[in-house]
Ligand binder design. Structure first.
Ligand code: ADP
Ligand code: MG
Length: 528
């Protein structure tokens, strides 16, 4: 093919691909525009994971009637004028690419009114082309509605993940801005139901609103300043949060950045932990123009920033509960009975069977089946012990699952799951069965729902199976002994919750017979 220049609409679609990857990217760009317009109120409405609608309403300065056409042209911005401005930019936007990119892959409606205007303006675009522009009644500020995202780029649309995934990304974006601007009101609606409504508040209160009171109360504060700038924020130590959850903000812009990541990783031991970190540096010391979506930044002096952040984290104060006693997550002893175990443990083989000896038999106990039985009986004997989660686990569900959860609150509670409604398709796990690992709770919860809802398994049966140790999992010796001990106490040790056998045993007498070790033949090889 000879070299040729691509037609403008294809150029625009390619450019859009860099900025609008998924509905959450639209949410991000529109919230940024609202904040750049000095709004102190931002309302986000989503339908069908953002495929059908992303709508953001603000009470910012609005767009002048004459500027509407331009706002949706590439490289049209009101935020910078010259290259120099690039290095001092304090607004989120400056590339003038978001609106045209979004418009080119959706049906876009814009309703806006400036303070000085009596009437607002409504503009409609389809695939980036202006369809109509007319006066319309509007309150001060701007509403952008993005309908049918990727309707004209089917390949792109196919890349969208499940509703659950898209809602998860949107929630992540929304939460980040809400944390960065606690002094502003933010609200979020999923399919007409409210997920969050945040009033202006302190950062601590905003954190509590996002992650729950318990998480907020457990946060340690940190702060450090130097010539490089200032770093401050909040840390929840590793044991409390199983998964890394890092929220980084540079001059209030939510970002990803390796230097910050390294500093945190090096300062905090362990795998998990939640860190909310605000870095304030002179705008000229940070380059925000290295990524089309501006989610990554580069510091002029990485080392100085590394030291600044590491220093902050090393000097963190203890959270308030440290002095006043823990707020949650009481540890429940796992099997406190005196050991009356007739089984003597030899060890684990193939990470699957416990090899043990009792009453003249060698037992091969299937570790999964044995624990499944233990948990099954515990579940049948009344509500199980719960473990409160310090940072509630947010789980996104399908509409059907959500309805199922609403209809079965009681059964779920009996199984140890305390579930708070959050949004139409989002719930927060506040407590989980004591035998479930917090870091696996979301996964186990969704699998649990599938098994009871679709596969029509009994609640206790499904949960016992999901909560039990798997075959192939190495167990430390104490856990082997503990499991054996618990299993030896159950009412029916022979079958798992699904009625499969738990063990196979071999009589030592039989073994003796098989190898010809009869009373008379082998006297001489007995140990003295
Ligand atoms: P950028 O934010 O990089 O300038 P955008 O494409 O996001 O580019 O927006 C283009 C222009 O449209 C902005 O510079 C701004 O002047 C105007 N604009 C967009 N959204 C809003 C809004 N919510 N309120 C006021 N003005 C807006
Ligand atoms: Mg913008």
């Amino acid at each position: 093919m000879a070299i040729h220049i691509l037609p403008p609409d294809l150029q625009q679609k390619i450019a859009a691909g860099e900025i609008v990857e998924r509905p959450a990217s639209v949410v991000k760009e529109l919230i940024e525009n609202a904040l750049d317009a000095a709004a102190d109120f931002v309302r986000v409405e989503i339908q069908e994971g953002g495929r059908r609608l992303v709508k953001v309403t603000d009470n910012g300065v609005g767009i002048a009637a004459n500027d509407i056409r331009l706002a949706c042209e590439r490289f049209a911005t009101s935020k910078i004028a010259s290259e120099n401005d690039l290095y001092t930019v304090r607004t989120f936007g400056f590339r003038g690419e978001a609106l045209p990119s979004i418009a080119s892959v959706s049906r876009l409606r814009l309703l806006t009114r400036e303070r000085s205007a009596l009437l607002g303006i409504e503009a409609r675009f389809e695939g980036g082309k202006l369809l109509s522009l007319q006066e319309a009644g509007a309150s001060l500020g701007t509403t952008v509605e993005v309908w049918d995202l990727f309707y004209n780029t089917p390949a792109r649309r196919q890349f969208l993940r499940s509703l659950r995934t898209e809602y998860g990304h949107i929630l992540g974006v929304f939460t980040r801005f809400a944390l960065a601007f606690p002094e502003k009101s933010f609200s979020l609606f999923f399919d007409g139901r409210d997920v969050y409504a945040f009033q202006p508040s302190s950062v601590q209160e905003r954190i509590a609103a996002c992650f729950g009171r318990e998480a907020a109360a457990s946060l340690a504060e940190c702060e450090n300043s130097g010539i490089a700038g200032r770093a401050w924020g909040f840390v929840l130590a590793a044991e409390e949060v199983w998964r890394r959850r890092y929220y980084f903000f540079v001059n209030r812009r939510p970002v990803r950045n390796r230097t910050l990541y390294r500093a945190v990783r090096d300062a905090l031991p362990g795998e998990g932990g939640m860190v909310i970190l605000f870095v304030e540096v002179p705008p000229s010391h940070v380059d925000v123009n290295i990524h089309p979506a501006k989610t990554e930044v580069r510091f002029r002096d990485d080392l100085a920033i590394y030291d600044l952040v590491r220093g902050a984290l090393q000097r963190r104060t203890l959270p308030s509960w440290w002095q006043t006693g823990r707020v949650a997550e009481q540890e429940v002893p796992y099997g406190t009975e005196e050991p009356t175990n007739k089984f003597s443990l030899i060890g684990q083989i193939e990470n699957t069977f416990l090899l043990t000896l009792a009453d003249g038999h060698l037992y091969l106990v299937d570790q999964h089946a044995a624990e499944e039985r233990v948990l099954y009986e515990r579940l049948q004997n009344g509500p199980v012990q719960r473990r409160q989660l310090i940072a509630p686990q947010v789980v996104t569900l399908s509409v059907e699952e959500r309805t199922f959860v609403d209809d079965h609150q009681e059964e779920l509670a009996a199984c140890g799951f305390i579930v708070d409604p959050f949004g139409p398709q989002v719930v927060a796990l506040r407590a989980i069965p004591e035998f479930v690992e917090p870091k696996e709770s979301a996964l186990i919860f969704t699998r649990f729902l599938t098994r009871v809802r679709l596969q029509k398994e009994e609640f206790a049966q499904a949960l016992a199976c999901l909560g039990a140790v798997k075959a192939g999992q190495a167990l430390p010796r104490e856990s082997q002994a503990q499991l054996l001990q618990q299993w030896s106490q159950v009412a029916n040790p022979h079958a798992c919750a699904h009625n499969r056998p738990v063990y196979f045993r071999l009589s030592l007498d039989e073994v003796r017979r098989k190898v010809g070790r009869t009373g008379l033949s082998c006297e001489f090889d007995k140990a003295p």
